[in-house]
Design a protein around this ligand. Structure first.
Ligand code: NI
Length: 183
């Protein structure tokens, strides 16, 4: 696997604040290529040797807007076993139901577009059901939980121009911590 030539935009870039547009099918080849590049990038970033070789930050999710494409597409790469990965390709997602329970990442959420330390709690639903389309334009539903549910919510935020830091109150970054479960 070669490192794809993609540039991930930093939070200073205003494109990240725009709302991405719904995708129509069939998907053009350039979008299929973009999806493959995004998956390859995330996969390499999760393999220690490759990460060091290319000086990458580890990431599990990436939205098209983060590489400057305002389309409602994101990918998530989950390491299910040592260096064995499961890919999620999610197009035009909608959250159709969510759990009452909320969770947060104890060590703080991260984002490949945010290149600084940000402390604080980002409340997320522990479980969500999402309706979306695959690359061929087939509609499907997926129920996700825990870290994958957080990743989905983080990426859906990107499609709406929202960054995880927007959920943190700088005056009280650990607000409501006791009402949520840490993961
Ligand atoms: Ni992000």
């Amino acid at each position: 696997m070669k490192l794809p030539k993609i540039e991930i935009l930093d939070e200073k870039n205003k494109i990240l604040r725009e709302v991405s547009k719904e995708v129509t099918f069939p998907l053009p080849n350039e979008d299929k290529k973009m999806i493959k590049d995004m998956i390859d990038y995330l996969t390499l970033s999760q393999i220690e040797e490759e990460r060091k070789k290319y000086d990458l930050r580890a990431g599990m999710g990436l939205s098209a807007v983060q590489i400057g494409v305002l389309k409602r597409i994101f990918v998530i790469v989950e390491e299910v076993e040592h260096e064995k990965f499961k890919n999620y390709i999610i197009i035009n997602p909608k959250i159709i139901s969510y759990s009452e329970e909320q969770i947060y990442v104890g060590e703080g959420e991260g984002c490949l577009s945010i290149n600084r330390e940000v402390e604080g709690i980002v409340p997320r639903y522990a479980r969500i059901t999402v309706e979306a389309y695959d690359e061929l334009g087939h509609k499907f539903q997926i129920r996700v939980r825990e870290d994958i549910a957080i990743a989905f919510q983080h990426e859906i935020d990107h499609l709406n121009g929202i960054l995880f830091i927007d959920h943190i109150d700088p005056k009280n970054p650990f607000k409501n911590q006791e009402k949520m479960r840490e993961i």
